[in-house]
Write a protein that binds this ligand. Structure first.
Ligand code: ATP
Ligand code: MG
Length: 574
């Protein structure tokens, strides 16, 4: 049975606890008033000129989330009015990313280019009504005549052409009689409007460029403002949610709708603050530059804030959706600490990732009182957060690897790991004591010689306690794996925010460290691309697609240390 909700088919799902955000308030009020038949229909309208990033994820979660919450629909619409920058590769990646986040659009994906005929019809209609005209002036003159916010603009000398002449010229534009930039079609609104966007904005420009979908059919293309609201109208969108920079475009959005709306139905534009993240750039132009100039390996480089990059890094859809939810919907621009994103993935992986032992920087330990050639299996817990995950067996023997950092020859007082004469516990195995340090001729430590206490096997009921517990891997069975450690791509909180300095100056030179010959316990042999793991005491990792048979490559998603929880804890006085 479907629900306990009240009978209105678009009443919110019951489980919601948090207060309504301002967009939900607007929607609920519209539903109460029976606006647009009480329906909720949203859309996510990316321009296919790059890969989606975490800011888009916010918009996707918002638009698809509202449709889900109010039992409405959400379209995926490719806003492909600019033929010069758009590519099919981007269309494919966008669809993949939206689905990966866990959303499905209504019907087929839509394309603004599918509406070019209808938009053209409306343009002719505006011309006939005397509300649009062809201007022969170059772009720079038109721009100069627009005036300033405090000074009215100047009317174009072509403004008062007759509808007949405008129609003829506009059709000639369409037929390809003119070169790029020779003429434009403008709306005839008000050159002295206090809103600059209302000063006879350009509706169509000439671009002799093939389009990824319409080919050579058109050599004039509509501007965003002349396309967006009308596309909303064609699709029956009720709430057209966009970012704050479009607030000043809203009167124009409404003006164009006024010209075409018949009947009661009408879409409404609502603006919210775009997501900004610290230590990140999010403009597609900048991300494209990083890709093209090879500062990163591609759009899906695990350091990129793209959805495909985050996926490869080991982020889960749930962690991104939770993050989007936590960030909320703001009316004013703000910057979100990237530590909150990292916290969200840590929190999700803590619940689901199985724990394994992997030594990144191996140091060999020989347990001198352990029989040569003997292997025993010890039991270890797969995930202490999830009893259903069970246990597994790990081989233990005379030679093991530990982390080089877990040994110090001359340790400071608070170092509770291994040192000469000191004892530690090997997790799920025995207590060992360091008896001897072996060095090469240069004085580098090559091996430790230890003894173990056979009465201290984990699970045997031994009461002996030591301060430190180390992870380890048995030498003969160890898998040789590659591990890529990622850090933030930029070492400045606002890389794009510096006057006179290029954002690339703030690239973090240590954002990628590749470790070869790390040692993993044999149970990881079956790891599949995209699997998530916690490497004990180190962090969360995922299997990279560069993995080949016999050569496992792991990406570090995040280290274990949670800077966000620390900050949040401090703020709450913890
Ligand atoms: P960019 O500035 O990176 O080029 P854009 O806004 O031009 O981004 P679009 O493809 O036009 O990119 O965006 C599709 C949708 O995603 C739009 O509705 C846009 O408002 C929204 N969006 C883009 N960036 C963000 C962001 N940082 N936060 C929230 N929503 C965003
Ligand atoms: Mg845009």
């Amino acid at each position: 049975m479907q629900n306990t909700m009240n009978t209105e088919n678009n009443a919110p799902n019951a489980a919601e606890e948090r207060p309504l955000n301002f967009i939900e308030q607007i929607i609920e009020e519209d539903i109460r008033n029976g606006k647009n038949g009480g329906k909720v229909y949203t859309r996510f309208p990316p321009e296919p000129n790059g890969y989606l990033h975490i800011g888009h994820a916010k918009s996707i979660c918002l638009n698809f989330g509202l449709a889900e919450k109010y039992h409405g629909k959400c379209n995926l619409r490719f806003d492909d009015t600019n033929p010069t920058k758009e590519e099919t590769e981007y269309v494919e990646s966008i669809m993949e990313d939206v689905r990966w986040l866990g959303f499905e659009w209504e019907g087929e994906p839509r394309y603004t280019s599918d509406y070019f005929d209808q938009l053209y019809e409306w343009a002719e209609m505006l011309i006939r009504k005397g509300k649009a005209y062809v201007d022969d002036q170059p772009a720079a003159v038109i721009a100069a005549q627009r005036g300033t916010p405090t000074q009215p603009g100047i009317e174009s000398p072509y403004r008062n052409r007759t509808p007949e002449e405008n129609l003829r010229l506009f059709r000639e534009m369409r037929e390809g009689k003119y070169k790029d930039g020779e003429k434009v079609l403008r709306a005839k609104i008000d050159m002295s409007s206090p809103n600059m966007h209302m000063r006879d904005p350009v509706m169509y420009r000439i671009l002799h460029q093939p389009h990824h979908r319409t080919g050579d059919k058109w050599c004039i293309y509509p501007m965003y403002d002349f396309a967006h609201g009308q596309s909303d109208y064609i699709e029956g969108i009720t709430h057209s949610i966009c970012t704050l920079e479009f607030e000043v475009h809203r009167p124009l959005y409404d003006w164009f709708l006024d010209q075409i709306v018949e009947g009661d139905y009408r879409p409404r534009q609502i603006e919210f603050a775009r997501l900004n993240l610290s230590y990140t750039v999010m403009s597609k132009r900048k991300l494209l530059e990083l890709v093209e100039k090879k500062f990163v390996s591609g759009w899906d480089d695990p350091r990129m804030p793209t959805i495909s990059g985050l996926r490869r890094r080991g982020y889960t859809p749930e962690s991104i959706r939770n993050f989007a939810d936590r960030v909320g919907v703001a009316k004013r621009d703000n910057v979100i600490d990237v530590a909150l994103l990292e916290h969200s993935v840590r929190e999700d992986l803590n619940k689901r990732a199985l724990r394994y032992m992997v030594v990144l920087n191996p140091l060999k330990v020989v347990i001198t009182n352990y029989p040569e050639g003997k292997t025993e299996m010890v039991e270890t817990v797969n995930n202490p957060e999830d009893p259903a995950a069970g246990t597994r067996q790990m081989p233990f023997g005379r030679e093991i690897y530990i982390e080089r950092d877990d040994f110090m020859e001359d340790p400071p007082r608070k170092f509770f790991r291994l040192a000469p004469g000191r004892e530690v516990r090997l997790k799920s195995a025995y207590i060992i004591k360091c008896e001897e340090v072996v060095k090469d001729e240069q004085g580098n430590i090559t091996e430790l010689r230890c003894t173990y206490d056979p009465t201290t096997r984990s699970g045997s009921g031994s009461q002996r306690k030591v301060k430190g517990t180390l992870h380890w891997v048995s030498v003969p069975q160890a898998l040789d794996v590659e591990v890529r450690l990622y850090d933030r791509l930029f070492n400045d909180p606002d890389p794009a925010g510096h006057k006179d300095r290029d954002f690339k100056e703030f690239l973090n030179p240590d954002s990628l460290k590749v470790l070869h010959h790390c040692k993993a316990e044999p149970a990881l042999a079956g790891a599949k691309v995209g699997d998530h793991y916690q490497f004990q005491r180190i962090g969360y990792f995922t299997v990279d697609p560069d993995t080949t048979p016999g050569h496992l490559v792991f990406n570090r998603t995040v280290p274990l240390r949670d800077t966000w929880a620390k900050i949040a804890g401090k703020q709450q006085g913890k």
